[in-house]
Design a binder for this molecule. Sequence first.
Ligand code: FAD
Length: 308
Amino acid sequence: MNCVARITRTHTPSAVVALGRTRIAVAVVPSYVRAQSTTATPQSNQAGKKERVVILGSGWAGYGLAQTIKPSKAERVLISPRSHFVFTPLLASTTVGTLEFRSAIEPVRRLGLDEFHQAWADDIDFANKTIRLEGNTQSDTAGSKTATTRDTEKGPIFEITYDKLIIAVGCYSQTFGIEGVAQHASFLRDVGDAREIRLKVLTAFEKADLPSTSDEHRKELLNFAIVGGGPTGIEFAAELHDLIHEDLSKLYPALLKFVQVTVYDVAPKVLPMFDQNLANYAMDLFRRQGIQARARTSAPASWSGARA
Ligand SMILES: Cc1cc2nc3c(=O)[nH]c(=O)nc-3n(C[C@H](O)[C@H](O)[C@H](O)COP(=O)(O)OP(=O)(O)OC[C@H]3O[C@@H](n4cnc5c(N)ncnc54)[C@H](O)[C@@H]3O)c2cc1C
């Protein structure tokens, strides 16, 4: 295998983002640094043809690399189950409508690639430089599916060849063995996830508002558990709080007393990658807003799915 590029990320503070709609600058967006590739310049092969560079994945690494390869230097082929790149730092805001979904994505076909196939790479034959692909005919927002939640219906299988191959398929979401998570909880990796979360929140409020719903069930429906006290979890908690208290409170004033937003993290503190003062500031603000942050606490041992 010719691995032609290496992507590294630093967690150096580079910009300040807002904590929910209150626009309180608290989290710092780590910057992405694309490392210089050692063998990145594609060359013509023996027959004088441009090298065929196949990139697996349209995420930060794959999409970023495809952007930098000059079309005159190589045949650029991109394979990904989703036809867009997601600007992940904006995802939390799209879940609550602060930003529209389309503002967080960039279609890969805009890159003017030689080939794009909306497909999963399933197998690589390194000896013959061939990749077996399974077309993704199910959903364009399948990017965050895990090994266990990927649709079982098979797409068409076909093969393509490469001269150089870059594998940038990211990683699967972890469930840490917690029962029910893969089936019932929502992940936040793609716009499909963001859309699902938005719908779940609104559906929970509608169900809770029905006269036939008991107060006990209302509490369950409006108990939002966020697993992960890193920048994404904290930002999402703030966005959700703002959505509930600034918008939904006007539509469902009687339901506010049943709402609980809790952030869980197994680490000793939330926002562990940031300065302690910054983390304290965020926690003080959360306390005043009624958001619970539970450090050193794992998520509920099983997930019933009643919650968003
Ligand atoms: C909500 C959120 C906010 C974030 N905010 C920040 C931030 O502010 N700063 C920061 O530094 N990091 C942030 N991150 C983390 C950052 O997004 C990831 O580190 C980054 O996406 C990793 O890039 P990647 O290219 O390795 O993988 P990904 O971006 O996950 O891309 C993987 C790609 O591979 C595709 N793929 C998967 N399987 C296959 C297959 N079998 N064949 C072909 N293609 C496949 C996927 O569809 C996807 O297009 C955030 C993450 C999330 C979820």
